[in-house]
Design a protein around this ligand. Structure first.
Ligand code: BDR
Ligand code: CA
Length: 317
């Protein structure tokens, strides 16, 4: 089987946990490592949460590195109102016996990319601080990145603010560096993020599964539903991992994109030029700041849901 070599960058995070479970368990993914960043919660909690998810996935020895403790310029702004006080549903799971890698996130990225014999796809599902620092620290290694498939941004409305999506809003300067890097980028943003979801009934089935990964996911989803009073609950960040290995399930379009780094109400917005070609030609986006980005606009929701369910619970679904 042809495998895709992936490095995840996470701020685990309930839906990051869905992405980590999937990436660690899918047979067509070679999960080289995971880097952690300040985002939904502080980076030490992100590391602790990520190690617990790898336990639930029954994963082998996948290196996990600690990364940036805050955004490049702004202050940390956590999403505990969504993800819980511990950033991952407050399930009270015992700490993992796994150890964090001794290298920093940027060092781990360098080593994994340099040593990989296969092209490496980066899948950041968190603020882009680590990736921006890596691009600046190791530009020669960065040229070897095959592509970046990221969860972040929006070609429509925001969530953290009316204009901006959380990951980009948390560190817009980092996002601007990544978008302008020249690495091919696919943006899995809020245009599709909420669509593949899991219902409370499905969560109950998962919780009763004999498989640890499914039990863990079921409990996480039930806790999430209880706190937010919405069902179904989105699989969120997992969608970016799915896009990286099953592009045929997603509809995309190329747009010129600029990240707003101003201090105004649009800070963190990913401005996508969706105008007619005629108007674009008359008044292009600033060439200096804009990047040509592949943006996910639609998906086969049921196929994407089943992809996740069948991977984390081989028996029940
Ligand atoms: C993104 O922000 C985080 O809260 C989620 O984990 C996801 O990566 C959605 O805007
Ligand atoms: Ca995330």
């Amino acid at each position: 089987m042809q495998k895709t070599s992936i490095i995840l960058d996470v701020d685990t995070g309930v839906d990051d946990a869905f992405a980590v479970l999937f990436a660690a368990m899918h047979p067509a993914i070679n999960l080289l490592g995971i880097t952690c960043v300040d985002g939904n919660t502080n980076v030490d909690q992100v590391v602790a949460n990520t190690l617990k998810v790898l336990d639930a996935a029954g994963a082998g020895d996948i290196p996990v590195a600690r990364g940036a403790v805050r955004p490049l310029l702004g202050k940390s702004q956590y999403a505990e109102y969504v993800h819980g006080a511990d950033g991952m549903g407050d399930l009270g799971i015992a700490p993992s016996a796994r150890k964090v890698d001794s290298r920093s996130a940027v060092e781990l990225l360098r080593d994994l990319i340099e040593s990989s014999k296969e092209p490496v796809t980066l899948v950041p599902v968190a603020p882009l601080t680590n990736i921006a620092l890596f691009l600046r620290a190791f530009p020669e290694t960065a040229k070897k990145i095959h592509r970046i498939v990221l969860m972040g941004g929006s070609a429509s409305a925001g969530n953290a603010t009316p204009a901006a999506e959380f990951n980009v809003w948390h560190d817009p300067e980092a996002a601007a560096i990544v978008f302008q890097s020249g690495v091919p980028i696919t943006m899995y943003g809020l245009d599709v993020f909420m669509r593949p979801g899991i219902t409370s009934q499905e969560a109950a089935l998962l919780r009763k599964s004999p498989e640890l990964s499914a039990q863990f996911a079921g409990k996480l989803i039930e806790a999430f539903i209880e706190r937010l009073h919405v069902s179904p609950i989105t699989l969120g960040d997992f969608g970016a991992v799915a896009t990286a290995i099953h592009p045929e399930l997603f509809t995309t379009e190329m747009f010129d994109v600029v990240v707003d780094t101003s201090s105004g109400p649009a800070r963190g917005q990913t401005i996508c030029d969706r105008r007619d070609a005629f108007l674009k030609d008359l008044e292009p986006l600033s060439l200096e700041d804009s990047a040509s980005v592949r943006v996910v606009l639609d998906l086969d929701v049921e196929a994407v849901r089943q992809l996740w369910l069948k991977t984390i619970d081989k028996g029940a679904f």
